[in-house]
Design a protein around this ligand. Structure first.
Ligand SMILES: Nc1ncnc2c1ncn2[C@@H]1O[C@H](COP(=O)(O)OP(=O)(O)OP(=O)(O)O)[C@@H](O)[C@H]1O
Ligand SMILES: [Mg+2]
Length: 251
């Protein structure tokens, strides 16, 4: 069973950036097999990782629902979806990447969600580390395609609004009865402000501030991959420490 880290947070707080850097650090540590999942339909985790994706789970489901004849006779639909999802996994150097996307066409979402749930349970067994970059609204969590996560990593900015959103995310996860063993908080782009005293009441364990990093801003401006971010950059230094505590489950 792999170690599943689900990254969540209000829009624009830095989920994708942090997910990408954590995948990069895992890869550099040669920690084991890694699957990066982009679960945000406005997806850009693959881009942040420098991976080209041609297919998404959404596009595959659309294809199957508009052309059911592509399912070979005698093959159960579930089995065929599973097979097609396997072919949608991009193999990059040192990690694999899967983009969820969103089915555009009409169709029974219960069916799709069931299929996704089964696929997720299988993928969790196939990889040692699974890092999921979630959408801000946690919509797919509410569809319960993820039943558990070893670690919920909430990303917030150092604002009261951001921290309230972080608290709300923790509540949603509880309400949905998603079993998360570790519930952690990162404050991103913290500048020089320490928010520790504001965090005490949250049911999240604060594990570090990631500083505002010019290197990230430059990469973002040029549409480059975070694989290119210098190892000396302040965010990488901090995320190395944060990453180590996550992998070793020492908080
Ligand atoms: N520590 C940082 N220093 C500088 N820029 C940052 C930092 N973290 C994130 N950014 C920048 O902030 C913007 C938003 O970050 P990102 O896309 O990672 O957020 P997100 O939470 O995934 O957003 P969304 O909710 O839209 O998916 C990006 O342009 C990114 O480059
Ligand atoms: Mg994002």
């Amino acid at each position: 069973m792999g170690y599943l880290i689900a990254i969540a947070g209000k829009g624009g707080t830095g989920k994708t950036t942090i997910a990408a850097i954590l995948v990069r650090l895992l890869k550099e540590n040669k920690a084991g097999s890694i699957l990066a999942i982009d679960a945000d339909p406005n997806s850009n985790l693959a881009e942040a990782l420098g991976v080209k994706t041609e297919e998404t789970i959404g596009s595959i489901l659309d294809e199957i629902s508009s052309h059911p004849e592509i399912i070979p006779q005698g093959t159960p639909k579930d089995r065929f979806i599973e097979y097609r999802v396997q072919t949608a996994i991009s193999e990059a150097e040192g990690f694999d990447c899967l983009t969820m996307g969103r089915p555009e066409g009409p169709g029974c979402y219960c069916y799709i969600n069931n299929a996704l749930r089964n696929i997720m349970s299988k993928l969790i067994k196939d990889y040692e580390y699974i890092v999921i970059d979630n959408e801000a609204g946690l919509e797919h969590l509410s569809r319960k395609t993820t039943r558990f996560a070893d670690t919920l990593l909430v990303v917030s900015d150092a604002t009261a609004v951001g921290l309230r959103a972080a608290a709300r995310i923790r509540e949603i996860v509880k309400e949905l009865k998603i079993n998360t063993k570790n519930n952690l908080l990162i404050i991103n782009r913290s500048g020089k402000i320490t928010a520790e005293d504001k965090i005490k009441g949250l049911d999240l364990k604060f594990i570090g501030d990631v500083p505002l990093d010019k290197g990230i801003a430059k990469i973002s401006l040029n549409g480059n991959s975070l694989m290119k971010l210098s190892n000396d950059s302040p965010s990488i230094k901090m995320l190395k420490k944060i990453g180590d505590s996550i992998w070793q489950k020492k908080f």
